[in-house]
Design a protein. Sequence first.
Length: 122
Amino acid sequence: MAVAATKAPDGERQDGAKPPDGRMQAEAFYELGVMYHERVFESLDLAIAEYEKAVKAKADYAEAHYNLALSYHTKAKLGTDDKALYRKAVAEYKLYLKYSPQGELAEKAKQNIRALEARLRQ
């Protein structure tokens, strides 16, 4: 059982350690943020790889096409505004619509296609 260090009346911890200063705390929080941000990209790459396998195994798997499109879209948006990824996303959204034209995500796919095509024209 861990025992929390108690503070002396002057704010010092009784174990003699000084609390970290604001700059050290900020740098630690920043490094954690960078680590989590990198994990997002690693997770997107893993998701993309699995969705690509899914559509290769079953070409008409509409939901896999939609999620692959969304993963490409997200990676491009969070990254360096990669137009090649945006084009891949548009192609996958269109495949979703081909295989599930009345699907529950059809309107969102159409909206995303319009937004990405506009972005690609810029």
